[in-house]
Design a protein around this ligand. Structure first.
Ligand code: ZN
Length: 632
């Protein structure tokens, strides 16, 4: 999934929650675009690689339904013998693999044209089959955990379980936090209430919040909802920007007690699971789901805080380039460089991407050429096609697919490079790993995609001689540092702080949330250093961010970005060992824990090293933009 900065974070949230948040943003395109049949075939993905005909899909669907019944025979037998356990896991994963292929086909058929009845129907049926598969395998994990530790240790020595070592370890490591059967049933029941804070937040923010009417400087009257807010806050007119901020934040402020109640509910929910599962703190409890040590989180906060002077340098540069005497919080979004027309047709983008990613070596080059030549990519928008962009690597035995909505722009080229990063990751992992280790964690997923974006940027800036275009490329990079590194770190720190405050018994009132948020804004944006002025009204921004309901998710935007910059810088400089390590990380898929995966990729996120490499890249860019600005 990909889109720029803020929108990107929403899209990623949707991956996590699998629902509401992002999908609300994914409308269906309909007006002014071609019908699907009018798009040249070579720009449409070839779904026949998954199933040559719908009959073939139907036959496989039936077969999976039938074979599902065999799973029932495994129940109660997992702890009996290594051979039996190995066989049952084989069966479970082979069914899951086949189900993925069925659902990928149905999903993509539906995504390419949502108006086509056939896609809707298949997608619906695949969804129901998925629910059945989940229900039929729900007992596996609890049954594994119920096998006495000694017995399990003996079983695991057998060769039949060799391929499942890490898989079993990943379940059994949580043994200390699993409760008795009856208690687990109560915890599961409580899950029904767990989504309430976010659901209510979403309804309040999208439906019930009385968005103010706003008159643009062009005299256009608009309802200032989230979409209009994100559009108008980039206005080149300072007074208009200020009015946008005042009006939008005032609307949020009028519901501040409701928002405080909801966020407090979300924090209580997290704390409930921390306590019943016996974790020491909410952060530890959340990160244990993917076995990420809390040191990764706290190290990130420490490193980014130490790097704040670079943010301040960027903001001073922004003040200068916008021709302002003093930067205020509503001056953060307008572009610092005049927009540059850079129409890039897809065929040209393909050539540029292949050249830019040549640094990744011949194997990746061959994969990319195959992706372009063998119709893995659905390139252009068409009537009824899902908006946005994504990569699906779920067709394990087939090849990855990419959905784009390509328009001839720099941004679209960058998106294509991003999704191709995911595709190469999936291709290599699918090829090197058994199915059950082919899926990789979020912690590394966005490293592969942003590494590609960074390689593309490095390649383009190295040969761009036109000063305006250079400034555009460098300016984009600086802004992604602010939004993906510093802003996300601020959010991550706020999230940690409010969980700690609540755990210490402090009620999360609107006043306390405002004060906590404002303090962080001041610290991150350098108010004491005279960098930015912040109107206390904007302290309510915490109410605008849906991610505070996702239970410690946002830090990964920062860690992924830092890791990918560090990796791309080394690879671009021709460091062959860095490239080989990175490819080894991609090939490893999900066969190791997140931190070990990144270590394989040459970045140890528990240390300062990757941050130092990344900050050096930021510093270099700042120095160049400062020079270009001085010449202006
Ligand atoms: Zn992505």
């Amino acid at each position: 999934m990909r889109s720029r900065s803020w929108v990107r974070t929403v899209a990623l949230g949707a991956v996590l929650l699998g629902a509401a948040a992002g999908q609300a943003q994914e409308g269906k395109m309909s007006q002014g675009v071609k019908a699907r049949e009018q798009i040249e075939e070579r720009y449409r993905w070839r779904l026949e690689d998954l199933y040559p005909t719908q009959e073939a899909w139907e036959a496989d669907f039936k077969a999976v339904e039938t074979d599902l019944q065999a799973l029932g025979k495994c129940q109660g037998r997992l702890g009996k013998s290594a051979k039996g356990l190995g066989g049952c896991l084989d069966l479970q994963f082979s069914l899951t693999k086949r189900f993925y292929r069925l659902s990928t086909y149905a999903q993509q058929l539906n995504d390419q044209d949502g108006a086509a009845v056939q896609g809707q129907e298949l997608n619906d049926r695949a969804g129901k089959l998925g629910t059945r598969l989940a229900a039929e395998t729900a007992w596996v994990e609890p049954e594994l955990l119920a096998v006495p530790a000694r017995k399990m240790a003996a079983l695991r020595k057998a060769r039949a379980l060799g391929p499942y070592g890490h898989f079993l370890d990943n379940i059994l490591r949580r043994r200390a936090h699993v409760l008795g059967k009856d208690e687990e049933r109560v915890v599961a029941r409580a899950g029904d209430m767990a989504n309430l804070p976010y659901t209510a937040y979403n309804v309040l923010s999208t439906l019930n919040l009385p968005f103010p009417e706003f008159t643009t400087r062009a005299g256009e009257k608009v309802r200032l909802n989230q979409a209009q807010y994100t559009r108008l806050r980039t206005s080149p007119d300072r007074d208009e920007r200020r009015r946008v901020f005042q009006a939008f934040f005032a609307a949020l402020r009028s519901f501040r007690e409701s928002y405080a109640g909801l966020i407090s509910g979300a924090v209580s929910r997290d704390h409930f699971y921390t306590q019943v599962r016996g974790y020491r703190g909410d952060l530890e409890s959340a990160l244990d789901a993917t076995n990420v040590p809390t040191a990764i989180y706290t190290n990130m906060l420490e490193q980014v805080r130490a790097g704040r002077p670079l943010l301040w340098r960027y903001l001073r540069l922004r003040t200068q380039l916008l021709g302002l005497d003093k930067l205020t919080y509503s001056d953060l979004y307008p572009s610092i460089v005049p927009s540059v027309e850079m129409p890039i047709p897809f065929d040209q983008a393909r050539g540029t991407i292949l050249e830019a990613l040549a640094a990744l070596g011949p194997e990746v080059k061959a994969i990319l050429e195959e992706a372009f030549a063998s119709r893995w990519i659905d390139v252009y928008p068409n009537a009824g096609k899902r908006s946005g962009a994504y990569m699906s690597g779920s067709g394990y035995d087939v090849h990855p697919y990419i959905l784009l909505n390509y328009v001839d722009s720099f941004d679209a080229m960058s998106t294509a490079a991003h999704e191709l990063g995911h595709a190469v990751h999936s291709y290599l992992a699918n090829k090197a790993q058994p199915f059950h280790y082919s899926g990789y964690p979020t912690f590394t997923a966005e490293v592969a995609s942003t590494a590609n974006e960074n390689l593309l940027r490095l390649f383009l800036t190295a040969r761009e001689t036109d000063p305006k275009r250079r400034l555009f490329l460098l300016g984009e990079y600086l802004e992604s540092w602010r939004t993906t590194v510093f802003r996300q770190a601020l959010f991550a720190e706020f999230e940690l702080k409010i969980h700690e405050l609540a755990a210490a018994g402090k009620p999360l009132t609107a006043d306390l949330l405002d004060a906590t948020y404002l303090e962080l804004l001041k610290e991150y944006y350098g108010v004491a250093e005279g960098v930015v002025e912040i109107d206390p009204l904007y302290a309510i921004e915490w109410a605008y961010i849906p991610h505070f309901y996702y239970n410690f998710y946002m830090f990964q935007y920062t860690t992924s970005f830092i890791a990918s910059v560090a990796i791309a810088e080394r690879i671009f400089s021709g460091d062959a060992a860095a490239r080989d390590g990175y490819l080894a990380m991609l090939r490893a898929g999900g066969s190791l824990y997140p931190v070990e995966l990144l270590k394989l990729g040459g970045v140890d996120m528990t240390t300062a090293a990757p941050y130092q490499v990344a900050f050096k890249s930021l510093e270099k860019t700042l120095a160049e933009v400062e020079q270009l600005a001085a010449k202006k």
